[in-house]
Design a protein around this ligand. Sequence first.
Ligand SMILES: [Zn+2]
Ligand SMILES: [Zn+2]
Length: 231
Amino acid sequence: MEIYILHVSPIFPNSLEGDSISTLKPQGTRHGFNIAVKIALKLSKLSFKSLQYSFDIEQRAIEKPKSRFIDLMISEILKIHQPKLQLPEVRVSRRMRSTLGSYMPSAKQIAISSRLLAMGEDGDIREVVMHEVAHAIVHARFGNKPSAHGREFKAVCKELDIEPRRYVDVSTEKWQTRIRYAARCKFCNLLVVRKRRMPFARCVCGSKIYPKLWEAISESERSQDSDWVMI
Ligand SMILES: [Zn+2]
Ligand SMILES: [Zn+2]
């Protein structure tokens, strides 16, 4: 089995792999509690100017980054260039760290990094997706014989009007500043959001928590209500 990948230099050395997402599901009771916390904070003499506390109090939903527009983009491209080829829905991978996109021929599966999806610019996302679609078209036409970025790949890239590059240059430095880490307070069930994975944190309920797991999240650019997305 061969997997074609796009490389960028890894910039997330501290990230955990295989994080559990179940801990971040929104709770039905949180809104009532949320209001109570806000009132309590207003009445208190303490200053909550700090941005980290406003993150905590807002308690927005956390979801996966939306990938449907990528599936639509791919089906539009295939309609023109390879109408008989049907690909499964793009897989959004939270484990891709040094990789932005991949194509797995055996499952005809294109995968995209959740960080690219959440924080990448539209042009970069398109370039990565088109690169993987080119791999899928080469595979559909020629099977496993062609080399990954060989003659056939270059020809398909020309057809799709993209650069037949092996590496897509995506600037990921500024992503780091947009990443936040969330952990649930086990006493009041609110989310505590910080810029770093800390050994402990003080929740707005007053409890000190020692999270085993900080979940990497980012503010979604594509969601209208600016929710957090898991990355
Ligand atoms: Zn490639
Ligand atoms: Zn709490």
